[in-house]
Ligand binder design. Structure first.
Ligand code: SF4
Length: 212
């Protein structure tokens, strides 16, 4: 895909949604961190439902640490993998208190020392909480980037590196959210809605479902 086409895709995604944001509900970097850890293999809706009850009771590393695993689990038990997520969140709170003065760290290396935080989660925090132009490649972005031809790659890391390099600077900050939302609502995994897609003429996917 050439630069003109790539730019045209982002221009259209921006026109559809000039100021995109995560669908997770949060008020601080720490709340976002907890929400993103909880969202692994779970929907944002299910996470929001749980945090709506949890955060008014405990929304700081100290307060959640004081709940302990046993105290945290009842709030998150409707979310998949809640046992391991509870363990990771409590360990993360401990580390934030011990090593980072109670604040969510701002560098990738530091973020990745937190239990339950891998490269993708670190990218989300850097982008959405701290305004850095990182692109976190989840299953939606991986699919959209490969189908459209925006950035082809065999692994999420390959796609991330290519997207970061090839996305024009003015679109890099928001690319993450545009591509996730496009994948979630239009370029769906099983049946992409190509007939409703605003970038259908620019997308290079060979198996477009135009009959839809
Ligand atoms: S045309 Fe189809 S395959 Fe291409 S981005 Fe749109 S929905 Fe996805």
């Amino acid at each position: 895909m050439n630069r003109e086409k790539r730019t045209a895709i982002y221009r259209r995604l921006r026109a559809n949604d000039p100021d995109p944001d995560t669908e997770l509900e949060y008020e601080s970097a720490f709340e976002l961190l907890v929400s993103v850890i909880l969202s692994a293999q779970a929907t944002d809706i299910s996470v929001n439902k749980a945090t709506k009850i949890l955060f008014p009771k405990a929304n700081t590393p100290q307060a959640i640490y004081e709940l302990g695993e046993a105290g945290l689990k009842p709030y998150i038990k409707s979310i998949g993998l809640f046992n391991s997520k509870a363990e990771n969140i409590i360990k993360t709170c401990r580390l934030i208190l011990d090593e980072f003065g109670g604040e969510v760290p701002r560098t990738r290396d530091e973020l990745e020392t937190l239990p339950g935080v891998g490269r993708k989660t670190a990218n989300v925090i850097l982008n959405t909480a701290f305004g850095e132009p990182t692109i976190a490649v989840d299953t939606h972005i991986f699919r959209v980037a490969n189908r459209t031809g925006l950035a082809k790659g065999k692994t999420p890391l390959e796609v991330e590196k290519r997207l970061t390099k090839l996305t024009p600077e003015e679109y890099r900050q928001n690319a993450h959210h545009w591509l996730i939302l496009h994948g979630r609502y239009v370029c769906k995994a099983r049946k992409p809605e190509c007939g409703e897609c605003s970038i259908v003429d620019l997308c290079e996917y060979r198996k477009k479902t135009l009959a839809a």
